[in-house]
Write a protein of this length. Structure first.
Length: 500
């Protein structure tokens, strides 16, 4: 569906400043929403909000719908009487500009456990009722997830396909036994989800009251080591004996990698999903729409055809394109849920068939300014080639920052860019590209906060194909100055993207 002319900021909540080593859903999140409103923005785009595993990637979560407990605000738990002063007596000195995930986990998880202990004894009857109502309402995914995470702890973090065969294969008697044995741990996992969604819902309501809509991200694939795959093995292409992916997801060689990207996620058993009228996908979209306003589908092209790599390959080079029933899926979604506010990440190897699927359902596609200056005037990422029904970014979470990108351009690309712009403005190349995005005909413009702040490569969020050292960037307290707010608001107003 086309969107009105508007703009917004791309920022993951882990990037907020704060004293607990990682951004959370506390005061800094509300300050950021205020910044969005004061600068006339209408959208806040986040990355997936799920609980992350090895590598800390929000695109490789233990659940497609659960929330990350590390985003829970300890300060808000303190305000609710679930933590007390002495709980914070030995907080370590966290780095300000990056997330030390190991140190954060070592510090925050014991705080969350203390909050759970106090909740059981001190929570009001109203709060206990709210918790039970949440567990009942979310049972269709929460029960499997809470048991899965409890089992992971019981098996010392091992992937589910390496657990004891009976529970790995979800034998009913094994499920019953482990539910009894891990009753306390399962309730704790449910409490973490209750607190995450309680804090997130209140933050979203605040954002909506300020005229800010949340754009959530739905990765096409889920992690192999997840509650989704363990609980629903029939909808994935798995080796029946070992449980490992028989066909792995990825993309062929492209702009980001000469050997492609081998993600390792299992691809879908689309034949089974069709027979079930895409029930699992329907539930996934319903769950996400509970806590976001707009959905960006990551790797949209995989709904038309997907790159499948056989088990045992070490790179994505030796894959095969296979057809997916995307049209049938989106028709079913529209039939059951109505016309959805969907954005399509249509980057990479895009064919006329992918474009036709996108356009059939009027999903806006994506344009990236960082991709615009390496060829000729026919480049579809140049602003004069845009359709109205698209969204433009300077770069995404997978790109370098604009300052870092500019510093690494070839002489040819830099010359083309400078001739296109006319000159670099006094405010810096990052503001020139922000202006270029906002002034384009694209209905929506979304800017990573790093580019608003004019930061270099040190602030890059992700390097595709690199397994470690990503997803850690945080901005400093007081970075969102009145000068930046004013400049962004004026530019947004000039190009008719401010709220009416």
């Amino acid at each position: 569906m086309p969107f009105p002319r508007s703009s917004g900021i791309l920022l993951h909540p882990t990037s907020f400043p704060g004293q607990y080593g990682i951004g959370d859903l506390g005061a800094e999140a509300y300050r950021f929403v205020d910044f969005l409103a004061e600068s006339s923005q209408q959208f806040w785009q986040v990355l997936p909000l799920g609980p992350t595993g090895y590598g800390n990637s929000p695109y490789m979560c233990y659940s497609a719908v659960a929330g990350n407990p590390l985003l829970i605000s300890p300060q808000r738990l303190y305000n609710d009487g679930l933590l007390i002063d002495e709980d914070f007596a030995t907080l370590p000195a966290f780095p300000e500009q990056t997330v030390d995930y190991d140190l954060v986990i070592q510090t925050k998880m014991p705080l969350l456990e203390k909050a759970w202990e106090r909740f059981q004894t001190n929570a009001s009857k109203d709060m206990q009722w709210e918790f039970q109502e949440f567990c009942d309402r979310k049972a269709y995914w929460l029960n499997d997830y809470a048991l899965f995470m409890s089992l992971k702890d019981a098996f010392e973090g091992d992937s589910w396909h390496n657990w004891k065969p009976a529970i790995s294969k979800r034998k009913p008697e094994a499920i019953e036994k482990w539910e009894r044995r891990l009753a306390y741990e399962i309730s704790y996992q449910k409490f973490l989800q209750f607190e995450f969604f309680r804090q997130w819902t209140e933050l979203k309501q605040y954002a909506n009251s300020k005229g800010i809509q949340i754009i959530g991200d739905i990765p096409i694939y889920v992690s192999h080591d997840s509650a989704d795959v363990w609980a629903n093995p029939e909808i994935f292409c798995l080796d029946e004996q070992t449980g490992v992916p028989a066909l792995m997801a990825g993309v062929p060689p492209d702009y980001f990698s000469e050997t492609g990207q081998l993600w390792g996620n299992p691809v879908y058993n689309w034949e089974y999903l069709q027979k079930s009228e895409f029930k699992w996908w329907i539930h996934r979209f319903e769950a996400l729409l509970d806590y976001v306003d707009v959905i960006r589908i990551d790797h949209f092209r995989g709904f038309e055809a997907y790159w499948a790599v056989p088990q045992g390959e070490q790179t994505a080079t030796n894959g095969t394109w296979m057809k997916a029933p995307g049209e049938e899926l989106f028709q079913q979604l529209r039939h059951q849920l109505g016309k959805l506010p969907i954005l399509a990440e249509d980057l990479g190897v895009i064919t006329p068939e992918v474009e036709a699927l996108r356009d059939q359902f009027e999903f806006p596609g994506m344009k990236i300014l960082h991709f615009a200056f390496g060829s000729d005037p026919g480049n579809s990422y140049l602003p004069f080639n845009y359709p109205n029904n698209c969204l433009v970014y300077t770069g995404t979470h997978d790109n370098n920052t604009t300052v870092g990108w500019f510093e690494q351009l070839s002489d040819h690309e830099k010359d083309y860019l400078l001739r296109y712009l006319g000159r670099i403005g006094e405010a810096g190349i990052h503001w020139d590209l922000v202006r270029l995005a906002l002034s384009s005909v694209a209905n929506q413009a979304l800017i990573p906060l790093q580019d608003i702040l004019g930061l270099g490569s040190e602030a890059r969020m992700n390097r595709p194909g690199v397994g470690e050292g990503n997803w850690g960037w945080r901005y400093l307290p007081n970075a969102l100055t009145s000068e930046i707010t004013y400049r962004l608001r004026r530019m947004t107003e000039i190009y008719n993207r401010a709220p009416k």
